[in-house]
Design a protein around this ligand. Structure first.
Ligand code: NAD
Ligand code: UDP
Length: 319
């Protein structure tokens, strides 16, 4: 296959690119480094089937010669501090960036894959969240730049499907973690791990009773690849199934890295969702998918990555 992947220098995009390259496919990565890391591009570039275009996909996608099998749109800041620092860019990449990616797919006769998010459910009143839940989103609060951009991106993707018959996929990703995250991205997993490694207090926001359900990145990649192999156009939740409070999560990270570090309570961010957990019935029945990597195992691998402080070796070229 020949795939164009936006957001290839990001956390998830870099794993996805490596997965396809290892499988013998060709990947054209596109990224503007708004929240990504050039080191990911340098590592992927060592593979002969990877090429890269530095571009802002909100302004337009590169005019790629030749056929494409897939356009995969993963570009967007995902960490709350990042998207709140760049609210207009975040709205644009979800809106104009998505339409540009859809147009490229249409022009090339390619299939289209959208990375959406559990944030379309906002601060959910239904728990756990099935895909049929319409959500509870503050349309103009500090998280709205991300939530509404992704809701628009889903709507635009479905409109291209209905109007142009494009073969589309939509996933709603729940909190995902693993190697290749930016140590400074401000999400809870990277904050707690790097605070503990530095011997600093773990910053628990609010009373720490809010929940998330973490999934390890390899489980997400497995779900993405399975969805590419079936024909299904409605959104699919992909996420961990074990909710944990942030206070308990701090305990888990402390015990893994440094039980001596204290916890420091800091103010809760505005509009922080109180609870979040996917209903994965659709992914289970449609894809035979469920998370496999335990939080303990996933955290061990992630901590090892941050202890190492370097990027892993490039994937080997196909034989
Ligand atoms: P990330 O910030 O690590 O990666 C996003 C990448 O997109 C970065 O490399 C960034 O530079 C690039 N980008 C942003 N705007 C761009 C633009 N206008 N043009 C070109 N490139 C641009 O985030 P991530 O965690 O890897 O998330 C990847 C995708 O998955 C995002 O679409 C995000 O919304 C979605 N997602 C992630 C999570 C998660 O837990 N990580 C959860 C839900 C959804
Ligand atoms: N959080 C925290 N300490 C931090 C960063 C985040 O307690 O240093 C909490 C935050 O309030 C939220 C949860 O961890 O309830 C997950 O936050 P994150 O930014 O990782 O992702 P979100 O699910 O909010 O997009």
């Amino acid at each position: 296959m020949r795939l164009l992947l936006t957001g290839s220098a990001g956390f998830i995009g870099s794993h996805l690119a490596a997965h396809f390259l290892e499988g013998g496919h060709e990947v054209i990565g596109v990224d503007n480094y708004l929240s990504g890391q050039p080191a990911h591009t340098e590592r992927l570039r060592q593979h002969p089937s990877f090429s890269f275009v530095q571009a802002d996909v909100s302004l337009g996608l590169p005019d790629v010669a030749g056929a494409l099998d897939w356009v995969m749109h993963f570009a967007s800041p995902a960490s709350p501090p990042h998207y709140q620092q760049f609210p207009i860019e975040t709205l644009m990449v979800g809106a104009q960036g998505t339409q540009n990616a859809l147009e490229l797919a249409r022009h090339k006769g390619a299939r289209f894959f959208l990375a959406s998010t559990s944030e379309v459910y906002g601060d959910p009143l239904v728990h756990p969240q099935p895909e049929s839940y319409w959500g509870h989103v503050n349309p103009n609060g500090v998280r709205s730049c991300y939530d509404e951009a992704k809701r628009y991106a889903e709507a635009m993707t479905m409109a291209y499907r209905r109007m142009h018959g494009l073969d589309t996929r939509i996933i709603r990703i729940f909190n995902t973690y693993g190697p290749h995250m930016r140590a400074d991205d401000g999400r809870v997993v990277t904050n707690f791990i790097n605070q503990a490694l530095a011997g600093e207090a773990l910053t628990v926001q609010g009373d720490g009773q809010q929940t998330r359900s973490f999934q390890y990145v390899s489980d997400l990649i497995r779900g993405i690849v399975r969805l590419m192999d079936v024909t299904y156009h409605d959104p699919v939740n992909l996420g961990g199934t074990e909710p944990i409070t942030m206070l308990r999560f701090a305990e888990v990270v402390r015990s893994l890295i440094n039980p001596g570090v204290p916890v420091r309570f800091v103010p809760l961010a505005a509009d922080d969702p109180r609870q979040r957990q996917p209903d994965i019935t659709v992914a289970r029945t449609l894809l035979g998918w469920a998370p496999e990597v335990s939080l303990d195992e996933g955290l061990r691998r992630t901590v090892a990555y941050f202890r190492q402080g370097t990027l892993p070796a490039a994937p080997p070229p196909p034989a």
